[in-house]
Design a protein around this ligand. Structure first.
Ligand SMILES: NC(=O)c1ccc[n+]([C@@H]2O[C@H](COP(=O)([O-])OP(=O)(O)OC[C@H]3O[C@@H](n4cnc5c(N)ncnc54)[C@H](O)[C@@H]3O)[C@@H](O)[C@H]2O)c1
Length: 219
């Protein structure tokens, strides 16, 4: 499954839980499409690709959809995540309670100076010397990197060697799993908010320029 479809499935699932909580039993592709900003045809295509039962007339049974999506996306098990680098970004992530509604649980933080970190009340912060044992013992697959850019590559190696398979990297360096001796085939998502904002500015400016041109043509 590609990243786009996984993102859409996650959004359908979130919405289905809300509809269920409101007492709905069935939902139509146009309801789901409107809510997440895609066409009803794409919703039906996503669900039929995944063999999720339902049809245009009768809609979809919400409980059944939730069960299938939970199985597919792994909601049955809480998704445990660790953070390496418990400064401003690391602790902000660990403090955010909203992830639990999506089945994501930050279970521990790691830092070179754990004694200086003010951890969120229930989530422990450990020194880096315990990272490997913790990952192995708790079968952690996914971790966040929130260390300075100069440390990010080293931290990635430490995490991957300990068994991490997926990394969300906040440090402003494009990390790749390039170690030739590493056969873990890990997946790295680099997050760059500055780039996203620049991209938004570009799009807003391009849109405004287009609107001006249209306005000029109309005159
Ligand atoms: N992706 C984005 O859009 C975005 C936005 C803002 C900041 N950032 C980046 O995110 C990272 C974290 O930012 P911050 O403001 O939280 O920084 P911070 O200085 O508040 O925290 C960094 C933490 O990493 C720890 N650390 C340093 N070296 C380490 C190592 N080798 N192993 C483990 N821990 C280590 C430090 O002790 C500190 O607690 C930085 O690289 C920053 O540039 C990214």
């Amino acid at each position: 499954m590609n990243k786009d479809i996984i993102l859409r499935l996650t959004r359908y699932k979130r919405l289905l839980y809300k509809l269920k909580a409101l007492g709905f039993e069935r939902v139509f592709s146009n309801n789901l499409g409107d809510a997440i900003g895609v066409t009803p045809a794409l919703v039906r295509k996503d669900f039929s690709t995944l063999n999720l039962p339902g049809n245009k007339r009768g809609g979809y049974n919400i409980d059944m959809l939730i069960e299938r999506l939970d199985n597919l996306l792994g909601r049955d098990q809480p998704q445990h995540v660790i953070v390496v680098g418990c400064g401003r970004i690391g602790t902000a992530l660990m403090q955010y309670s909203g992830f639990s509604t999506d089945g994501i649980e930050f279970v521990a933080g790691f830092d070179i100076r754990p004694e200086e970190v003010r951890p969120p009340s229930t989530i422990p912060v450990y020194g880096m010397d315990t990272l490997e044992d913790f990952i192995k013992e708790h079968h952690i697959k996914v971790g966040v990197i929130a260390v300075p850019d100069t440390e990010a590559s080293k931290v990635l190696t430490q995490m991957v060697e300990a068994g991490i398979r997926g990394v969300l990297n906040f440090a402003p360096v494009e990390l790749k799993c390039h170690n030739e001796e590493c056969h873990s085939n890990c997946i790295i998502h680099n997050v760059n908010i500055a780039l996203e904002i620049e991209h938004l500015f570009y799009q807003v400016n391009a849109k405004e320029a287009g609107e001006e041109e249209d306005g000029n043509c109309a005159d």
